[in-house]
Design a protein around this ligand. Structure first.
Ligand code: PRP
Ligand code: URA
Length: 207
């Protein structure tokens, strides 16, 4: 299922990120803040366990998360979302999948994968700002499902193309996708229109 996070404060931040005039520092800052917002809807169904909490005035019913959480940013651009999610989920472990798009075929090529030991007992949140063709996110979820078999997997993207949503939900109908906005289309180079350009380059100032 696809969940679009339609919140005014999220939209304001995304607009700043889209703006061609926004520099790398401001782009990263808005991405971190927007990622914090996205943590709430993306974790809404997490199970909690009750516990007793001693307050200065008595005993309250408190809660802790039942399961571990693993954040899996897709390198490079997914790294820009980690600080926002980690600030809301301080106990989360972090795994990394390195993928780059072949510029001609738009196929996602794996170059790195390192996951935490206890990933099988955790709820995994895959992070990547852009869902364009969805080749990268589909491949990341393929790898996680095949090799690590976690309790659950969900995906958080900032901007998605309709083509990417269609491809991803066909490949992984059981994986929920949380997205800030769905844009118009892909252009002939596989970039999202209007989008925000190349997320990795804007985060890391590489172009
Ligand atoms: C970008 C982006 C996604 C991917 C999306 O990464 O961060 O991972 O493209 O496109 P897709 O849905 O068509 O696969 P890129 O390959 O440019 O690598 P980078 O993050 O290192 O810049
Ligand atoms: N990757 C990006 O960073 N931006 C796009 O628009 C498409 C893929």
């Amino acid at each position: 299922m696809v969940h679009v996070i339609d919140h005014p404060l999220a939209k304001v931040r995304l607009s700043r990120m889209r703006n061609i005039e926004t520099d790398s520092r401001d782009f990263r800052l808005n991405l971190v803040e927007l990622s914090q917002f996205m943590t709430y809807p993306a974790t809404k169904d997490f199970e909690t366990v009750e516990m007793k909490v001693k307050t200065p005035c008595g005993i309250a019913t408190g809660y802790k998360l039942k399961d571990n959480v693993t954040l899996v940013p897709i390198l490079r651009a997914g790294l820009g979302m980690v600080d926002g999610f980690k600030s809301m989920l301080p106990g989360a472990a972090i795994g990394f999948i390195g993928l780059y798009r072949n510029e001609q075929t738009l196929e996602a090529i794996e170059y790195y994968c390192k996951m935490p030991e206890n990933i099988a007992n955790s709820n995994v949140i895959v992070l990547d700002p852009m869902l364009a063709t969805a080749n990268s996110t589909i491949k990341a979820v393929n790898i996680i499902k095949a090799k690590y078999k976690p309790k659950s997997i969900r995906v958080v993207n900032i901007i998605a193309a309709p083509e990417g949503i269609k491809a991803f939900t066909k490949a992984h109908p059981d994986v929920d996708v949380f997205v800030s906005q769905i844009d118009e289309k892909l252009n002939e180079h596989g970039y999202i229109v209007p989008g925000l350009g190349d997320a990795g380059d804007r985060i890391f100032g590489t172009k």
